[in-house]
Design a protein around this ligand. Structure first.
Ligand code: FUB
Ligand code: ZN
Length: 647
């Protein structure tokens, strides 16, 4: 053990002296500024409105009611009492505040801003003199809650001391960008400086059990320009699998999985990892951090590693809904093809992390295959995490339910509701990207936006009822007529497969092809990396018409996915469907669809907020109704199934 420690220290010291290149790098593509993506009608617009008007106030209230805010007041000496809840409860407050900062970017609201400033002043008081911030310890250093460890940094694998503040950095950066105020940023900087002193400068060979700080540090580096935060992020990534691993729990009996380094992706140095293993959220935050640091610090091996891990996920470990992390034990990735339906874990946070990861890969490569995965996850596994009302949440997202599973207003481990509160306000950012005198149209939905390229702004109008209808009209208004490129995404589901790889395929070949026109003139569908590239002189009022065929498709899974044997899933556009008891009766789990039955689609404007339902025949002659998976459990609770038996 001692020898192991010496080796690890030598390796790490070596790493510290490796030349770190100048950090000028950024993602070649920039996402749209979501403040400028005006979503006024359609599915995303509805979800955004609900997020701003219901989810964020609800989550704020829950943080108050569950003592999460009071923990800061206690640590600040403003209130008496013990720390309440779990050692990572601070992170829920930080994620919520990040969401509120985005809210403020979208809506002017002086009273919310005042609330933020007050709370930030409490957080500043809760921060210890040297920058340490962890209310779980500060409230009563002699009696920290279970898992926190007896003293600072003593139990890094379970304490979440570094995870919590990673979320704090993200919130502080968001608030700074929203308001220009430095109050929160100062807290973040003071804390990151302490952590840099203790770990990187102090040559402490250690790393957090739950990744997240790395992402926050890169954001901090980007707003401050201070390279030490980027170096620290790299330090933590390189420490994994090199610095000593200690089991998290004394006994293995109940906790065997948590005692394995795979659980926290510390079984090998990160650059040697080729398979997605362990806790899915930790893994995907780490893969995202590999891209952030790899891009900023120009470390090609980080990027190569992230791409290898992505391939493993899409080829073996992703649900048709885009959900990942199929195993409940350890909230983890399963083995290849281990994709149970009723017992699926598919945590909402893992879907959010999967979107983060795929978005970064797209921004780096301009490759639409990453948007295919992003879109699938977003419309299905991720949106299923939240009720249509915006104040009930799923933590896990199975693809089959025997009944009794319902969204809840909150969880004692509230990672998912608070993650949604910070993710959903930014939805517009995923719809476009720009770079190299080009515009990328990545997601479809009714909106109006303004994008900056080269030396001008382009006003753009998307008119569509996507995802319910495949007709998309895009009107373009450049400031001046000029030559630039518009990349129009042609989703993989519209031409070949549900997602890249061979984990899923459509049962029958497609009959209808997508069509693309500019000013009514057909454009050849020459697809490269998921996009058709249109370079021309664009003038005010030019129109792109895209038609994506919205046939109802049956999906079958790879034969090695045992749980999907002799079953099909229904998909239309990017949306995956499910059959609920509310429409189909108590026997729905035993129903069999006939192999040849045609399923028709109908848009129902006043049903579940307006959506498409599918109807077709079961083998017993009864009519089956399917609704989008994301909309399940918004009526009388009951049974549900995605992969239905086929005759
Ligand atoms: O540990 C913090 C969060 O709680 C994780 O990201 C989730 O998976 C849940 O375990
Ligand atoms: Zn979660």
């Amino acid at each position: 053990m001692k020898r192991q420690l010496i080796y690890a220290t030598i390796i790490l010291a070596g790493l510290l002296f490796l030349a770190i290149p100048e950090f000028a790098g950024d993602y070649p593509l920039k996402p749209a500024d979501f403040k400028r993506v005006h979503l006024r009608s359609g599915l995303f617009a509805e979800r955004l409105k609900t997020t701003l008007e219901t989810t964020i106030p609800h989550v704020l209230k829950m943080n108050e009611e569950t003592g999460r805010i009071a923990n800061f007041e206690k640590a600040a000496g403003l209130k008496k009492g013990k720390f309440v809840g779990r050692r990572y409860n601070d992170s829920d407050v930080f994620k919520t505040l990040e969401g509120v900062a985005y809210y403020l970017m979208l809506r002017k609201d002086p009273s919310i801003e005042k609330y933020m400033d007050n709370l930030i002043s409490v957080i500043a008081k809760a921060q210890e003199k040297d920058g340490y911030l962890y209310t779980a310890r500060t409230v009563d250093p002699e009696n920290p809650p279970p898992g926190a460890g007896p003293y600072r940094w003593s139990n890094l694998f379970t304490s979440h001391e570094l995870y919590n503040v990673g979320h704090m950095y993200e919130a502080a950066v968001a608030y700074y960008l929203a308001t220009g105020k430095e109050n929160f940023l100062k807290i973040a900087i003071k804390n990151a400086d302490l952590i840099d002193r203790v770990f990187r400068q102090g040559k402490k060979c250690a790393y957090p059990g739950h990744q997240e700080i790395e992402i926050g540090l890169v954001k901090l580096y980007r707003v401050t320009g201070n390279k030490k935060y980027l170096k620290l992020a790299r330090y933590f990534l390189d420490a994994r699998g090199r610095c000593p691993f200690r089991r998290m729990f004394a006994s293995d009996s109940d906790f065997a999985v948590y005692n394995q380094p795979e659980y926290m992706q510390a079984h090998k140095p990160v650059i040697k990892q080729k398979e997605a293993v362990g806790h899915a959220v930790r893994a995907l935050y780490m893969y995202s951090a590999l891209l952030d640091v790899g891009t900023a610090a120009d470390i090609p091996i980080y990027i190569k590693t992230a791409k290898t891990l992505w391939k493993d996920i899409v080829e073996h470990k992703i649900y048709i809904t885009g959900g990942v992390g199929s195993r409940s034990e350890g909230e983890a990735f399963g083995k290849p093809y281990e994709l149970p339906n009723a017992d699926a874990y598919s945590e909402t946070c893992a879907s959010i992390a999967n979107v983060f990861f795929n978005h970064r890969l797209f921004l780096l490569t301009g490759d639409g295959k990453y948007v295919d995965v992003l879109e699938r996850t977003l419309y299905n596994a991720l949106l299923a995490g939240i009720s249509l009302s915006g104040d009930h949440f799923f933590y896990v997202n199975p693809l089959e339910s025997k009944g009794g599973l319902e969204r809840k207003p909150w969880y004692s481990c509230a990672c998912c509701p608070t993650n949604l509160a910070r993710f959903l306000p930014t939805i517009g950012k995923y719809m476009y990207a720009t770079g190299n005198n080009s515009i990328y149209i990545t997601l479809f939905g009714q909106n109006e936006t303004e994008l900056a390229i080269a030396d001008q702004k382009i006003h753009l109008l998307q008119k569509t009822d996507y995802p319910w209808d495949g007709k998309i009209k895009i009107e373009i208004f450049p400031e001046k007529s000029s030559v630039f490129t518009i990349f129009v995404r042609i989703p993989e589901w519209a031409i070949g497969k549900p997602i890249p790889g061979d984990l899923y395929r459509f049962k029958k070949q497609k009959k209808v092809r997508p069509e693309l026109k500019v000013n009514s003139k057909p454009i050849p569908l020459k697809i490269e990396k998921g996009f058709v590239k249109i370079t021309r002189k664009w003038s005010k009022g030019d129109v792109i018409n895209l038609f994506l065929p919205m046939e109802v498709r049956r999906v079958v899974a790879h034969p090695l996915v045992k749980d999907d044997t002799d079953r099909v899933a229904f998909q239309r556009g990017p949306v995956v469907f499910c059959f609920e008891e509310a429409d189909n009766g108590k026997d729905i789990l035993n129903k069999v669809v006939s192999a040849e039955a045609k399923f028709s689609a109908e848009y129902k404007p006043s049903f579940l907020g307006g959506l498409v339902v599918l109807k077709g025949k079961a083998a017993d002659g009864s009519i089956l109704t399917a609704i989008p998976y994301f909309a399940w459990d918004n009526r009388t609770p009951g049974k549900m199934i995605v992969w239905i038996k086929e005759e």
